[in-house]
Design a binder for this molecule. Structure first.
Ligand SMILES: Nc1ncnc2c1ncn2[C@@H]1O[C@H](COP(=O)(O)OP(=O)(O)O)[C@@H](O)[C@H]1O
Ligand SMILES: [Mg+2]
Length: 278
């Protein structure tokens, strides 16, 4: 008789961030998220992958309470930070509670210096001595921008600007750092450098990381757990190494097929149909 091996407990462990069944609409008409649930554990390194328009930025806007700026609304679901509901809170309070993002497109102040941009990230804090020592810590973490501290940010290369953007977010000392498409427009080597830095911050300081990426190949190499988002739904999730070796994920996301390829859900549907036809 076959011996059935019981799975380990499937009881959900409470996360640092828990998004449950989130539904978001824009202009009371466009549904951008349709029941999305994700968890970032304390000290976790999680990625949310998806092509253009999947709903990645919308998810961040919902978490950071910036949907209203874009005429978006949470229609259903919950967002909890360490078990406390945060959906709809004031966005400044969410930063204070420990969530900070590196926004898509970096959004630096190009005419302010590198150091001034970093200081902006500490605006929710009061202790000047601590802020000053954190500024130096940022230059230790990102030696490439240390020599540029008095230069205006607009002069820096794309990779250096992204380092400033990450540093600025870290200046708030977040428990959770959310990065929206950090890799966009950057050379692979620079993306590796940035992701290595995130790994270091995650390991050495325990900062949890939520990486939102189109670059699935790179993100899966660094995150421990990943979700794949398509047209507002999570279509697959699992440990990053498991997803990396998943045949369908390889076919669609890692095969270099790009956006011209069929969506993961379409492939699944096609395969199911094919199996059914056989
Ligand atoms: N301000 C907005 N108003 C209306 N629709 C929007 C707005 N922002 C995004 N959307 C729509 O929501 C969906 C998800 O967009 P987005 O979250 O930006 O995706 P991603 O970041 O994955 O590229 C898309 O269909 C997009 O057109
Ligand atoms: Mg986006």
């Amino acid at each position: 008789m076959a011996v059935q091996i019981l799975n380990e407990s499937t009881e959900p462990t409470p996360g640092l961030l828990d998004v449950n069944n989130l539904e978001v609409v824009y202009n009371d008409s466009v549904v951008a998220l349709r029941g999305v649930s994700i968890t970032v554990p304390e000290g976790g390194f999680v990625s949310v992958l998806g092509t253009n328009g999947a709903g990645k930025t919308t998810l961040i806007r919902a978490i950071t309470s910036l949907l209203f700026v874009h005429k978006g609304k949470i229609r259903d679901g919950e967002i909890e930070l360490r078990g406390k509901r945060i959906a709809g809170s004031d966005s400044a309070k969410i930063v204070k509670a420990g969530i900070c993002q590196v926004p898509e497109g970096r959004m630096l102040f190009p005419s302010l210096t590198v150091e001034e941009n970093l200081r902006i990230g500490s605006s929710s804090r009061r202790n000047r001595a601590e802020i000053n020592s954190d500024i130096e810590r940022m230059f230790d973490l990102f030696p490439q921008i240390a020599s540029r501290r008095k230069d205006v940010a607009g002069w820096l290369s794309g990779g250096e600007q992204q380092m400033v953007a990450v540093g600025r977010a870290l200046m708030a000392r977040p428990a959770l750092l959310i990065c929206d498409e950090l890799s966009l427009g950057l050379a692979p080597q620079i993306v590796h450098t940035l992701f290595e830095l995130l790994k270091q911050i995650n390991q050495d300081e325990g900062t949890s990381i939520l990486l939102i990426e189109q670059n699935a190949r790179m993100a899966l190499q660094y995150s421990k757990y990943a979700y794949i988002l398509e047209t507002g739904r999570v279509v697959l999730d699992g440990p990053s190494d498991v997803l990396e070796s998943n045949e369908d994920v390889q076919e669609f996301y890692l095969g270099g097929a790009g956006e011209a390829a069929e969506a993961y859900a379409t492939i699944k549907h096609y395969k199911k149909r094919k199996r059914w036809l056989l």
